[in-house]
Ligand binder design. Structure first.
Ligand code: HEM
Length: 423
């Protein structure tokens, strides 16, 4: 039986109230627009950004915490109980996570943008409590399930990375005030690797083992090669973190090569899933999925080139940009534009009782086409801006990205409008 059928079988009985997942998706859509506005405001420093408090770091966290992590929480709290067939004990912990993490990250962004540690430090503590609560919830769900061992393994590894990225993040915030760390930059790089490849990267690879087979109506990938791929990717994250903390180019090189092997094995598994799938026409979202799949190994190749000085003066910035925008943001918006209508269709009035066919109606929404075009073009223009170290070109790319984010926010609002409870 395909993953899709298994998944759909138990879905309705394990649905959370619609406001739970959609409050996270709505917040992410707003932070998406704010991120591009923040980048526009800090365009002069963005093309050569190498860390440090200011407008670009604030935009990095509007992306990493505001869009990626917020969406991951919204998706995980709804998808995991359905996939694992283990309901969550209660809804209030998720509401508490939302009211800690979202206001906390808004204050964190203000603290980073204004470089005021008296705002940054308490805000990072508040955000950290929200994220660690989510870790507890995720751990409780994973602990009670054995039906999806591969997804479970990715879930535990991503959870461990989130605990570490949060601890490193709070430490970096405090260190901007008291300066005790022997090498601030090394911890910042380890924080980036744990956040980008560890938490978000492993979560994206793990959820792909449920979502890609579900959308393609295909069986899940075989266990053995899936566990080998998982092992390669996790070891790469571990070595990357170690290499960053030790400041060792050799260990970082081995990490990148192991990561390339992990990425190649994952893409091979996903290729086989699409080949075996009953649904061949997968639409616009899978053009973005395939683009993101190209960006995953490209990130590691740019990282290697930057490590050996072959990626130009802004090689480190280019590496971070391809990782966060090229691989993670592209994959996330591709999946989000599928799961939001799918989830909404569970709440909407069924067609048989006069309801509308949300999924098919929204699949080719003009807002999504505009978003996809702007996202791709913005990415290409900003890559050129980073290589040329040109703020004017960066502003053009960022303006295009902003239009795309507004289109995606329109799409998100359109989905939510359709599931608002009738008066
Ligand atoms: C409670 C949560 C978090 C806090 C308090 C936090 C805090 C920080 C701080 C203070 C820095 C600046 C380092 C510097 O001075 O250069 C930083 C850098 C960064 N953070 Fe976070 N962060 C958090 C979560 C995350 C997450 C979840 C991700 C990724 C998914 C992330 C990605 C990054 C990146 C990419 C950088 C730039 C690294 C660099 O400076 O080279 N952060 N973070």
């Amino acid at each position: 039986m395909s993953v899709g059928a298994t998944f759909l079988g138990g879905a309705k009985s394990r649905l959370l109230p619609r406001s739970i997942p959609f409050r996270f998706f709505a917040a992410a859509a707003v932070f998406h627009v704010m991120m591009w506005l923040g980048l526009l405001n800090g365009a002069d420093e963005a093309t050569g950004f190498r860390g440090g408090l200011g407008a670009t770091l604030a935009s990095v966290h509007l992306l990493t915490l505001g869009i990626l992590t917020t969406t991951a929480i919204g998706a995980a709290v709804q998808l995991l109980p359905v996939a694992t067939r283990r309901t969550l004990h209660a809804v209030w912990p998720i509401q508490l996570i939302f009211w800690l993490a979202v206001p906390g990250l808004i204050a964190l962004i203000i603290g980073m943008h204004t470089a005021q540690t008296r705002i940054l430090i308490p805000a990072s503590a508040m955000t950290a409590v929200g994220l660690l609560l989510f870790c507890g919830l995720l751990a409780d769900n994973l602990r009670r399930t054995s039906s999806l061992p591969v997804v479970g393994a990715y879930g535990w590894a991503a959870l461990a990375a989130l605990v570490l990225v949060t601890v490193f993040g709070v430490t970096l915030a405090i260190n901007n005030e008291i300066g005790v760390l022997p090498d601030h930059g090394a911890v910042a790089l380890a924080h980036l690797i744990l956040g980008g490849f560890g938490f978000m990267g492993l979560l994206a690879l793990g959820f792909s083992h449920i979502l890609i087979p579900m959308f393609a109506l295909a069986p899940a990938p075989e266990k053995r090669p899936s566990f080998i791929s998982f092992a390669l990717s996790s070891v790469a994250v571990f070595l990357g973190t170690l290499g960053a903390l030790a400041g060792s180019r050799n260990i970082l090189t081995v990490a990148a090569l192991t990561g390339l092997a992990g990425a190649a094995s994952h893409l091979w598994l996903m290729h086989r899933v699409l080949k075996a799938g009953m649904r061949k026409r997968l639409g616009l979202s899978f053009i973005l999925v395939r683009a993101a799949w190209i960006m995953l190994p490209a990130t590691l190749l740019v990282g290697l080139a930057a490590l050996y000085g072959f990626a130009g003066a802004n090689g480190g910035t280019l590496f971070g940009f391809v990782l966060l925008f090229g691989w993670l943001l592209t994959f996330l918006v591709a999946i989000l534009q599928r799961i939001m209508p799918f989830l909404a269709s569970m709440f909407a009035t069924p067609q048989a009782s006069g309801g509308s066919a949300i999924v098919s109606e929204l699949a080719n929404a003009r807002s999504l086409k505009l978003h996809a075009a702007c996202h791709g073009l913005a990415f290409a223009v900003i890559v050129v801006a980073i290589v040329l170290d040109n703020a004017m070109v960066a502003r053009l790319g960022i303006a295009i990205g902003l239009i795309g984010a507004l289109a995606f926010a329109w799409f998100t609002a359109d989905v939510i409008r359709r599931i608002l409870p009738a008066d």
